[in-house]
Write a protein that binds this ligand. Structure first.
Ligand SMILES: NC(=O)c1ccc[n+]([C@@H]2O[C@H](COP(=O)([O-])OP(=O)(O)OC[C@H]3O[C@@H](n4cnc5c(N)ncnc54)[C@H](OP(=O)(O)O)[C@@H]3O)[C@@H](O)[C@H]2O)c1
Length: 315
């Protein structure tokens, strides 16, 4: 099959086409013909070598952890899927080597979910990684409850765009940060209190609305944004970051629960997300369709950290 590969760590210029063997599904796996692959910041973080301590990497390496497409073959023990099923998946594997910037990928049957019938493959490819991250952060880690206050950083991005919608569905009061041009987009997503972090320090904007602070802060930015968020969390509240690990000592001192979360593949949860999209309880984020041949340029744009919604690649 044809794939976009890297032979060593480095920038977007390292991506090049190669002919590689089409993978063969193991007994518990399915083979998916990829229609669209989703771009995530983790793709260029892997390219830079940032995940070397977390996971083994093998070259030539195919980037890409999101896909939507059609099952073409199933392993001998797979009873839940058949050839022809339209699916989407968060495609992280135990080692980084076989990604979705390629024509085919093998996936554990339990990590795949039926693609939402009301979405195109292009729209569906932008969902799994970011929506699962938001789902797990809010429902499993922060245990967000109805009536609570939550501040979601980067609500116009991939993870934040789903997080604010899941939080609204949970009955929370939702605050979210974005730049000036994305304030209207935050409102469209259902954010109660859009906050422009570029015109005023965001802690000040939050305090102008509520002196109590937040039950939950979900940090999708890290760095200085995380640093400035500690003081906004109520005693007994939760601070979940998907970028940096919260300072344990500071959290203890403030009486808050602070944790880093790394998203895991989960077909059952992705099925619930698929159903929420089909029932229109959640809107798919806008996708910007590109050719896979233009992946290097898309990586350069993603690195600037100001995309709205998702970039997806037609395979
Ligand atoms: N740990 C995990 O499992 C996990 C999973 C998924 C993602 N992540 C990480 O989480 C981060 C977000 O991922 P993503 O896919 O959502 O990224 P993304 O879609 O590329 O995020 C872009 C968004 O970030 C916003 N933004 C940039 N700087 C900001 C700031 N200082 N304050 C508020 N918003 C800001 C931008 O809004 P404006 O243009 O309006 O500024 C833009 O809409 C990445 O670092 C990614 O690697 C981690």
């Amino acid at each position: 099959m044809k794939a976009l590969v890297m032979d060593s760590f480095g920038g977007p210029e390292k991506l090049h086409w190669a002919e590689v063997p089409t993978p063969v599904p193991a007994a518990n796996e399915v083979l998916v013909q990829i229609a669209y692959a989703g771009l995530n910041p983790v793709d260029w973080k892997i390219a830079d070598g940032h995940l070397q301590k977390m996971l083994p990497h093998h070259f030539p390496l195919i980037l890409g952890w999101d896909a939507a497409g059609t099952i073409t073959q199933v392993g001998k023990d797979v009873k839940t899927w058949k050839a022809g099923d339209k699916v989407f998946a968060y495609c992280r594997k135990p080692a980084v080597q076989w990604g979705t910037y390629a024509e085919y990928i093998t996936l554990e049957a339990g990590n795949v979910a039926k693609a939402p019938s009301n979405l195109t493959f292009a729209q569906a490819a932008g969902v799994p990684l970011v929506a699962l991250t938001a789902w797990q952060a809010l429902h499993e880690v922060a245990l967000l409850k109805p009536g609570e206050n939550i501040l979601v950083h980067a609500g116009a991005g991939g993870v934040g765009g789903y997080a604010v919608q899941f939080a609204k569905n949970q009955g929370a009061k939702v605050f979210s940060t974005a730049g000036t041009k994305n304030q209207g987009f935050l409102k469209e997503l259902g954010v109660d209190y859009p906050i422009d972090y570029t015109t005023k320090p965001f802690p000040q904007s939050v305090r102008e609305v509520t002196k109590d602070g937040m039950d939950v802060v979900f940090d999708c930015v890290g760095g200085e944004t995380l640093t400035q968020s500690y003081g906004l969390v109520k005693r007994g509240g939760r601070l979940v970051s998907i970028v940096d690990t919260p300072d344990k000592n500071l959290c203890e001192k403030l009486g808050i629960y602070g944790v880093f979360h790394f998203v895991r593949p989960d077909g059952a949860e992705l099925t619930q997300i698929s159903q929420a999209l089909e029932n229109e309880k959640v809107k798919a984020l806008p996708v910007d369709e590109r050719k896979l041949a233009d992946a290097a340029e898309a990586h350069r744009e993603s690195r600037k950290r100001h995309l709205r919604g998702k970039i997806v690649f037609k395979i």
